[in-house]
Write a protein that binds this ligand. Sequence first.
Ligand code: XMP
Length: 556
Amino acid sequence: MPEQTAGMESRRIAASGDLEVSAYLEIAEAKAGAQPVTGAPSALSRETIVILDFGSQYSLLIARRVRELNVYCELVPFDAPQEQVAALRPRGFIFSGGPASVYEPNAPLAPSYIYEMGLPVLGICYGMQLLAHQLGGRVAPGEKREYGHALLHRGVDSNAILQNLPPTSQVWMSHGDRIEELPPGFRPLAYTDNSPVAIMGNDRGMVGLQFHPEVAHTVYGRELLRNFLYQVCGCTGAWTPSNFIADSLSAIREQVGEGKVICALSGGVDSAVVATLMNQAVGDQLTCIFVNNGLLRREEAERTLDTFHRNLLWNIRYVDASSDFLNNLEGVTDPEEKRKIVGETFIRVFESEARKMGRIDFLAQGTLYPDVIESTTAEHKATAKIKNHHNVGGLPSDMRFTLVEPLRNLFKDEVRQVGHALGLPEEMVWRQPFPGPGLAIRIIGQITRERLETLRAADWVVMDEIKAANYYREVAQVFAVLPGVRSVGVMGDYRTYGEVVAIRAITTDDFMTADWARLPYDLLARISNRIVNEVPGVNRVVYDISSKPPGTVEWE
Ligand code: XMP
């Protein structure tokens, strides 16, 4: 299945680390030929906006913004088949931006069935030019490319899209073309210095924005989107965590029936939310498995289990397989080899546990919406492999599960909101991602029990200080690394020759790109002092100031 595997690899590159257990199981699923479930639970489609993706780098961001306004939306390729779109029963459409020009041969166009549905459409940038082009107006190359900040001035005409918009406001432009002639029935609603028509609209709910309302630089972007959703499309904001939970519980019950479900817990928010939903939906039919791979942080297994037991009282099988993992990793230094071994070992352990349980019909896992989108976006399949976040193991072909993926329509921030609404504790809801191969990819070179202890002790100090300084929620991920370098130091009157510890702290929205966090020097100083004083064998601490790209978040 080469194509399927390529798609799944790219999924992991985008996804945050606490999906790791599911990631291993996706391989199991591919090998075992399990059938993923597709389609949103029907009730969620009550107020759906469909976003046609014309290739903008901001398409997913548009979707997030719409969801933040409590309206459910789905992103589909611009040429999605009519049945797929009609099945979502949309209230309106958004046409994303895109890199093409409408007058180029082969420029992607919106299918005619979209216009025939007679629903409101919001065209953004390329999407606006498409509206003009396809509805009888004229688009031409602008004299000057307009990129970056621009000042938007309202015109004299009124339109629901303009509600609460001040006379002038900052917007973010990124385009080369301009509207030369409006299509029949459209009126100009606002302009900038370079775009005589920066907003256009007609009386049938069709609106074009020459700029990007979804980016933060467009100061009133949220209001414009809200106006489109609520004033133009008539949405009421039904997309809330509690509605999602209610819909999701009935969808799970319907899918699972009397079947038996297995779910792997990683300690991360995604698997915790999945398991909680499953537990509420089908109770005793669910068994959760938590595998200790010996590569966890200090007290992690105990704390995770404790949190689960304290809050959820479910049927959890705890498997301490540390020795299997560490024995298999002995002497291995290659990063990809480490991932592969951890993945394979996980599958073996999981398989053996599952077998002990007898018949299992379903595997519940925490696939998220960006993973789904990425794995269906063709261009990502050609993306070069940076890290093989998947760990190909393979289950025997007689193990077949059907997947239950209750989060496959959610963004990470929505998962956290649902976690909150389900009453999960803060420490679970806000846990930072932690990679499946755990400390194995933070110890450069050979993994020994002694080096694991060194890293655990250093990481403990980092977390302790970060939390004490209230920085845990400020950074997307923070951790210690053992780069495997030794350096000369002096302690008291003695020469030392010890390990170096590197600290990595990043800020990011999506983990695809990241910046190093500007932690206060005093905080870094405290971390450094404590590590050299408290962690035997370490005499130097360095701070990683690389962004991604060119670095990655993890060192391996
Ligand atoms: P990178 O290092 O690729 O990390 O910039 C991006 C995000 O993914 C996590 N990560 C992994 N998660 N298995 C996982 O489950 C892996 O092999 C893996 N490698 C990196 C990383 O912690 C960050 O959140």
